[in-house]
Design a protein around this ligand. Structure first.
Ligand SMILES: *Cc1c(COP(=O)(O)O)cnc(C)c1O
Length: 428
């Protein structure tokens, strides 16, 4: 069965797995084991030399976790990849083989809030840094890249503003600079967009969101296109030259699997940000229905956004699926099946009305999560963005009068009815 000829929903159900060779079990078993018995000493030595591929220890690889990684690789159209313990872990794992002290990344300024903190503060402890730019200013993106830049980073659909990135333009700039483009595809999912088709080298996911889909697992995935030539310059010595951390192995000898094997043999081995088999199992189950869910998420989001935009209690809705959005035309080419299911709403009555709104909702939950089957809401100014002053909040798209909504897969009439009653209370 060639994975390349199968459709998205078939891959979502089957890719990365086959009936269990030991028992015939049809569903992917949860291999709840840390280690694997070697056939003999020679087999063990070959595994440690990467001369033979197999399981050694579950910090590196585990059959359930590999099934998950391979399924997401198939959906994203990549060559290889790894699953790890969270979306934030996936971002570090994506950067790790590329970076060294003194290296930097150029990143979109429109990012998940946690990523802004990870890139602006925490990675500096490793001697890495990030320069943030407006990715709609292509000259500024190009100008921010210097000789120490090792990647360009952006999100397909950036929350909270529903901003859609011009991925082909980012890919062209990265290619001219001889660096990989890394795309966080969490909010789009491969059902709406496959960044590798637009020229991305690496795709990262928070599997915590739509991939698992029901708010049960914290997880992440990194997918490599396998197309980047790490040997074209001396910028990526870990991948193009003998690697002292793995007895001098030159990972570029592994061709399109260089990045993936490096991530397993060194990244997971030494950083240990490993996904657990139970979590991988839940995420695999979630992915089986990804296409069905995304179709409903997008349909509901569009209906709710259209209803809100016409409502006199609302000032504005930022959703790239609405013609009023500056990203409407771009979304048609980058995410042709819809602009996702996440958007912000400015409510008349400001901060106080927003607080009353989140407190008056009965169906929508007030939580710091997105991409759940359940509809979710958060008021950033009183929660995730409360440390910022008002100017910074406005800059981040999280003004005091803004709420962020992640539309679920419930009956859309019920979502609208709940918003309607809560808006009545909030703006009374
Ligand atoms: C949630 C999220 C992350 C971080 O993922 P975790 O699984 O929470 O670590 C990164 N990027 C985006 C776009 C997210 O929504």
């Amino acid at each position: 069965m060639s994975d390349q000829t199968l459709g998205f929903d078939t891959l979502a159900v089957h890719a990365g797995t086959e009936p269990d060779p030991a028992t015939g079990a049809r569903q992917v078993p949860i291999y709840q084991t840390t280690s694997y018995v070697f056939r003999d000493a020679d087999h063990a030595a070959k595994l440690f030399n990467l001369e033979e591929v197999g399981y050694i220890y579950s910090r590196l690889t585990n059959p359930t976790v590999s099934a998950l990684a391979n399924r997401v690789v198939a959906l994203e159209g990549g060559a290889g990849g790894i699953a790890c313990s969270s979306g934030h872990a996936a971002q570090i794992m994506a950067l790790f083989p590329l970076m060294g002290p003194g290296c930097n990344i150029v990143s979109s300024s429109r990012l998940y809030g946690g990523t802004i903190t990870q890139f602006s503060q925490t990675i500096r402890r490793f001697g890495w840094s990030a320069t943030f730019v407006d990715t709609d200013d292509l000259d500024a993106v190009e100008a921010a890249i210097d000789e120490n830049t090792r990647a360009l980073f952006c999100e397909t659909i950036a929350n909270p503003g529903g901003y859609v990135t011009d991925l082909p333009a980012m890919a062209r700039i990265a290619e001219r600079a001889g660096i990989p483009l890394i795309v966080d595809n969490t909010t789009a999912t491969p059902w709406l967009c496959r960044p590798i088709d637009h020229g991305a080298t690496l795709v990262v996911h928070s599997a915590t969101k739509y991939l698992t889909g029901n708010g049960t697992v914290t997880g992440g995935v990194v997918v490599d296109s396998g197309k980047f030539d790490w040997t074209a310059s001396d910028k990526f010595p870990s991948l193009s030259q003998p690697e002292p951390a793995y007895h001098g192995l030159n990972f570029s000898a592994l061709g399109p699997m260089a990045f993936t094997f490096h991530s397993i043999a060194i990244g997971l081995r030494d950083l240990g940000m490993t996904m657990n088999p139970q979590g991988a199992h839940y995420t695999l189950m979630g992915i089986e229905t990804l296409g069905l869910r995304m179709e409903r998420h997008v349909k509901n989001a569009k209906a709710v956004a259209e209803w809100l935009e016409k409502d006199p209690r609302i000032e504005a809705v930022t959703y790239a699926g609405l013609p009023s959005s500056p990203w409407y035309e771009r979304a048609k080419t980058i995410t042709p099946k819809g602009a996702g299911a996440l958007f912000t709403v400015s409510v008349k009555g400001g901060y106080d009305a927003c607080v009353k709104l989140v407190d008056s909702l009965k169906l929508l939950s007030h939580v710091a999560n997105l991409g759940d089957t359940r509809s979710l809401i958060i008021h950033p100014a009183s929660t995730t963005h409360r440390q910022l002053d008002e100017a910074q909040q406005i800059e981040a798209g999280a003004a005091p009068n803004v709420v962020r909504i992640s539309i679920g897969i419930e009956d859309v009439e019920d979502i609208i009815a709940d918003l309607d009653q809560a808006l009545t209370t909030a703006t009374a």
